[in-house]
Design a protein around this ligand. Structure first.
Ligand code: B12
Length: 510
């Protein structure tokens, strides 16, 4: 007689395709010959969490890499995604449910908007799934799964296994991800990270993290992105991790590069910055948000006001770590002068890359509730996240805000201005990690450089093409050892240029 366990089940793991989103950096991904920014670590984590004794067979689709197979023979579809994937999640779900195949749905969208997500799923997962996914699979195989699995507990990270990357090819992605920690102790009004990962900061052991970095390297990763909201929360842990990464990377003939997200607190700690440079961190996505203490305080981010953004940016830069600065405009305390100050700051600190977003209030954040109570949530929001807002601004009319935002963004990425900042940034680097000095030629990185070269040669805008060659020529003349960093910066430009010059984004926000 057949038992439930003896029937082999097939689960189709699906990551929906990204809509054109600022953060997917499509042009820069294309410029280096990759196909997507990063693989999906939620699905790889679910794979790793699956009890082997259930004998479940998996199929996999990252729609950013390959097409979805709508006729896939499977017993369950497991879907993940952020809120911006919701329309595609609805389509995929409908496609399979029409064929009588049930859908399990989890991730940021499901967790933050359960009422919207529930009609799209037969099995809805709220929160982290380290405990619920294995339990669900056992119950599903036994035929008694429930429609809702809510993991209220934020797990001890040592229980979160290394993602199982078996379905992923390194060369398809620009970065690989490793998540060393979860939880954010801050209470910034506009962020919903706390609802997802809680306020208690939890981390994996240093040995676990280094093992995950090694796994990523074995999959072909050349740059590993630490996918936590803030890399620098617990100094002792970050320091210990960095010391181990320096040791691990130094032993490699072709060391790996790293990047991460952090707030301005990181640059106040020069020992940490030097260790990052020694470990080969090349880029930090730096959430500065605003230069005004009033604006920071307005969104409950006043704790950052005692740090000097200029010191952080210049410290990272001196150590050769490129700060990709995140600013937000649209605070109640912003004025027309704010836009001038931001531009001046970026010129004076010679920061080549900055992204300026418009303040938004995601649903279920304290900011949303406050704006709602004050009747300041726009009734109709047809805009594009990042380039418009669901908040009715008070500092200036919406049209003005968007216009100033557009003008600033465009002006920052005028090729000659970008060139000036880039060359000045390269001039200001005073420290070179031994890992940069001693690394052997990395042919795969050379190939990426060839891709970038081809990309720029074919760029339709002459001023962009000439800027590229001028930066390379001047860098070569000044010091050929700076070329690698120059190429890293130049590889980002296509993304920011195409976004800042594509009027569609702004028109849609009006
Ligand atoms: C890495 C990351 C990215 C990467 C994505 C890489 C990738 N390929 O997935 C990049 C840098 C590209 C990115 C971009 C963006 N991101 Co992002 N990102 C993150 C970050 C820092 C970590 C996510 C992660 O990898 N976690 C590791 C995995 C293991 O955890 P997980 O995804 O939560 O999965 C767990 C559970 O949710 C659950 N689960 C997940 N899926 C499923 C599915 C099933 C079936 C089941 C059972 C369980 C389950 O199980 C997992 C294990 O516990 C989060 C912040 C955070 N703290 O989560 C923000 C976050 C997810 N991003 C966010 C946003 C807003 C964006 C952008 C829209 C930003 C923008 N303004 O453009 C873009 C959109 C990009 C796009 N895809 O189009 C928001 C999402 C909010 C929302 N409402 O959806 C977050 C929460 C940040 C925040 N503080 O607001 N992001």
């Amino acid at each position: 007689m057949e038992t439930a366990h003896s029937v082999c089940r097939t689960v189709y793991l699906v990551a929906p395709r990204n809509p054109d989103s600022f953060w997917c950096m499509a042009s820069s991904v294309k410029a280096v010959g990759a196909r997507a920014l990063m693989p999906n670590s939620a699905l790889a984590t679910l794979l790793a969490l699956t009890p082997p004794d259930l004998g479940i067979d998996f199929r996999f689709c990252d729609e950013n890499i390959s097409g979805l197979d709508p006729d896939m023979k499977c017993d369950l579809v497991a879907l993940t995604g952020f809120t911006l994937h919701a329309p595609r999640i609805a389509e995929i779900s409908a496609l399979f449910r029409r064929r009588g195949i049930p859908v399990a749905l989890g991730g940021a969208f499901a967790t933050l908007s359960p009422a919207q997500a529930a009609p799209m799923a037969d099995y809805l997962f709220l929160g982290e799934a380290e405990l619920t996914w294995p339990r669900f699979l056992r119950e599903w195989v036994a035929g008694n799964a429930a429609p809702l699995y809510e993991q209220k507990e934020h797990v001890d990270m040592s229980l979160s296994p290394p993602p199982d990357w078996r379905f992923v090819r390194g060369k398809d992605y620009l970065y690989f991800t490793v998540q060393a920690s979860r939880g954010c102790p801050n209470k910034c009004d506009f962020c919903n990270a706390v609802q997802l990962v809680g306020r208690r900061y939890r981390h994996k052991s240093v040995a676990q993290v280094v093992q995950e970095v090694e796994n990523a390297r074995l999959m072909g990763a050349e740059t590993v992105f630490f996918s936590e909201d803030n890399f620098f929360v617990n100094r002792a842990f970050t320091r210990e991790l960095l010391v181990s990464l320096v040791r691990w990377n130094t032993a490699l003939a072709r060391p790996v590069s790293f990047s991460c997200q952090a707030s301005v607190t990181i640059g106040a700690d020069e020992e940490i910055v030097k260790l990052m440079a020694d470990a080969r961190f090349s880029v930090v996505f730096l959430g500065v948000e605003s230069l005004s203490a009033d604006c920071l305080t307005e969104v409950n981010k006043g704790h950052l006001a005692r740090y000097d953004a200029r010191t952080t940016v210049t410290t990272l830069s001196r150590y050769g770590i490129i700060p990709f600065i995140g600013f937000i405009v649209g605070f109640d305390h912003d004025t027309p002068e704010t836009f001038v100050e931001l531009e001046r700051f970026l010129d004076e600190t010679a920061s080549p890359i900055a992204s300026i977003s418009v303040l938004n209030a995601p649903e279920d954040t304290p900011l949303f509730r406050r704006m709602k109570d004050n009747g300041r949530i726009a009734e109709e929001f047809a805009g594009i996240w990042h380039f418009s807002t669901n908040i009715v601004p008070t500092a200036m009319p919406l049209k003005d805000l968007l216009e100033r935002h557009r003008t600033l963004f465009r002006s920052l990425y005028e090729p000659d201005r970008f060139e000036r900042r880039t060359l000045a940034w390269l001039d200001g680097v005073q420290y070179r990690s031994p890992l940069y000095v001693n690394a052997r030629t990395n042919w795969s990185k050379m190939l990426k450089a060839v891709h970038i070269f081809r990309f720029y040669m074919r760029h339709p805008d002459k001023s962009v093409r000439t800027m590229f060659f001028r930066v390379l020529r001047k860098t070569w003349k000044a010091d050929p050892r700076r070329l690698k960093k120059a190429i890293t910066i130049l590889s980002q430009f296509p993304h920011y240029y195409s976004f800042s010059h594509d009027a569609v984004w702004y028109e849609a926000g009006k």
